[in-house]
Design a protein around this ligand. Structure first.
Ligand code: SF4
Length: 286
């Protein structure tokens, strides 16, 4: 993948390198039970995962030996995998910090994930508003997800919302501020706003650059609570706000970047280094 340097001011790159941690990312499955308008996983069958526990153990060990310091477990929807808790325990042999990225629909027993070794649950919640949420996610699970967020906080997990910015749905300043206030009411301390990868026509048409969001916050500078700490993370209304972008290439054009070095175990058990970099390569571990 080629990312023109014009998209990556050298100064910003330096800041990003400092604040990002090398990460072992376990992509448990490409399947998902939700139907988000902006995601390719939306139309996959709910197959669980073909990835073996042995593959996970070998990849976690290799990633750790190569410098990864934290682990992140994602999908598709990782909780569709009936072996997920076993995989988390195996990852926990090598990593103290484990993030689980989920849509929250199947998180009825968050204490099981905590016991297995998960430290932070990152839950996909594009909107605080039930109607907007269900329009975007494509299934009627809002109440269930909110209950599971509360359950996860009560189980003592660190919970962070991940809220995607969708033009015409969730990108206006009032919506963003209400998302932050809503997170606070749920007892959370962090929220991340992310931009969409243009995985399909809807996402390409409704994609919002993070630059727009930074500008929105800059326009609210009269608010004394707002302090920018870096290009990616700042405080607002006593919450930690992250802006997360994802580098990618579409039709030969490269987009904004914000990568960390990653060792990614894919569902078909390939361990890929520098997933988001042009020198991306597959490591031999099996
Ligand atoms: S919950 Fe996540 S993986 Fe599933 S369809 Fe939505 S964005 Fe895609």
């Amino acid at each position: 993948m080629k990312i023109p340097q014009s998209f990556v001011p050298e100064k910003n790159l330096e800041i990003m390198r400092k604040i990002k941690t090398e990460m072992f990312r376990l992509v448990v499955t490409e399947s998902c039970n939700a139907k988000c308008k902006y995601c390719l996983a939306a139309n996959t069958p709910k197959n669980g995962s073909n990835q073996t526990i042995e593959a996970v153990e070998k990849a976690a060990k290799k990633a750790k030996e190569n410098g990864a310091r934290e682990a992140s477990i994602s999908g598709g929807e990782p909780t569709l995998d009936k072996n997920l808790l076993k995989k988390i325990k195996v990852v926990g042999k090598y990593f103290d910090k484990i993030n689980l990225q989920t849509n929250g629909t199947l998180l009825e027993n968050p204490e099981d994930y905590k016991l297995a070794g998960v430290t932070t649950v990152i839950i996909n919640l594009p909107s605080y508003d039930k109607e907007t949420y269900e329009k975007l996610v494509g299934i009627k699970v809002y109440d269930k997800v909110i209950n599971n967020i509360i359950r996860a906080t009560l189980a003592g997990l660190n919970v962070r919302l991940n809220s995607v910015l969708v033009k015409g749905y969730t990108d206006d300043f009032a919506h963003i501020v209400r998302m932050i206030e809503f997170s606070k009411k749920l007892g959370l301390r962090e929220i991340t706003f992310t931009q969409m990868v243009p995985a399909n026509d809807f996402a390409a048409k409704h994609r919002v650059g993070l630059e727009n969001v930074r500008q929105l916050f800059q326009r609210s500078e009269q608010n004394e609570n707002q302090k920018f700490h870096s290009i990616d993370v700042f405080q607002f209304l006593d919450m930690t706000i992250g802006l997360s972008s994802c580098p990618f290439e579409l039709n030969g054009q490269a987009f904004e970047t914000g990568w960390s070095k990653e060792y990614v175990l894919t569902e078909d058990s390939r361990l890929i280094t520098d997933y988001f970099n042009q020198e991306r390569s597959t490591m031999e571990v099996f």
